[in-house]
Design a protein around this ligand. Sequence first.
Ligand code: FDA
Length: 390
Amino acid sequence: MQVNTLIIGAGAAGLYCAAHAGPGTLLVDHARAPGEKIRISGGGRCNFTNIHAAPQNYISQNPHFVKSALSRHSAADFLALVEAHRIPWHEKTLGQLFCDRSAKDIIAMLTSMVERAGAALWLETSVVDVAHDGTHFRVTLEQAGERTQVTAQNLVLASGGKSIPKMGATGFAYRVAEDFGLPVTETTPGLVPLTFSDNQMAPLAGVATPVIARAARGPAFPEALLFTHRGLSGPTILQISSYWQAGEDIAINLLPGAPVIDQLRAQRKGAGAKSIASVLGGLLPRKLVDVLLEDWGLGGNYADLSDKALQDMAQRLGDWQLRPTGSEGYRTAEVTIGGIDTNALSSRTMEAKAVPGLYCIGECVDVTGWLGGYNFQWAWSSAHAAAMAI
Ligand code: FDA
């Protein structure tokens, strides 16, 4: 069987690429349904883009790589499609756009676009072998025990990263890329809860509070922190997890807003005979206050705290230093950091510089977005760039 383009992976990037690449395209996936990660994304409502998506929201060894694709097919372009398909949506916060009804609306839009474009979609199809004969890609596919030889002018790797192996994530794209001589940067789980030893956080499991958190490198993220049985989660922790490296501390400002010392001094006025725990309990979840005060060996009346003691407390609350022992890993990570080295790809087309006709798009590339719709936008933008070049 001969096709113009074979796309491996019918996730966000593969579907979008097939929708724009048109007839002569075969899209294959080993899963039973296309777009499985879209279906579970955003709590079932798919945070399908972020209207503020810009290069600074992405992590890559080459931070300039995303510029061309993002500018040529932006969040506004994807939103225009969503509106043309009459999918109701809303902005939740910080430019994050979600479906009003269900993520299934996005999958239905993409599959209908693929169909209208005249591309074929084969599900429950595994890739047995990928080779190149000097002019064409020769790929052996297997479906229900039957093998098909496909000859393709272009091969698009869109099989995602390693996150959530239970959903079929395999790291397949990295192996094929390496077979063709493309370097792959180190991969680690990203947007993932951080863990601590000895159930250190377990007494606080379920407690949530707004904070500003930062890893030793990378920006500070002002969002919610959630304590879990195994450690820390919540948007702010998922964000910094993408920058955190084993052995490094994270820093948390538990009292974002005005300078912490000003907030603590302001509490002195009405403190009267109130305990430290009760005053701090007005600023932070009481359970957290109790654990912190026990840890610091602090008690007594708030009004009795010296200025020096308040300064120390401000330092501790404003710059709570913690050392995670690890992360929940690919089992729950939303994305994979690292991937196919962008130096090996054209930033305009996603085509491998050394292998004409080989394209890499979406999460398998060393481009990882922040939490908040940025990763899907990368899938759309990179897929569109490849489709326009095919
Ligand atoms: P994706 O993983 O979507 O697709 C890869 C496809 O390739 C899959 O269909 C897989 O079955 C197939 N495949 C893999 N190996 C294969 C093989 N060997 N042979 C054949 N097929 C193969 N992002 C965001 O912007 N907003 C959000 O709301 C969320 N929410 C979210 C929630 C959860 C729980 C997760 C895990 C992730 C998110 N994300 C997200 C991240 C987002 O899902 C991710 O960035 C994109 O799905 C990446 O799109 P890709 O198409 O590159 O890979």
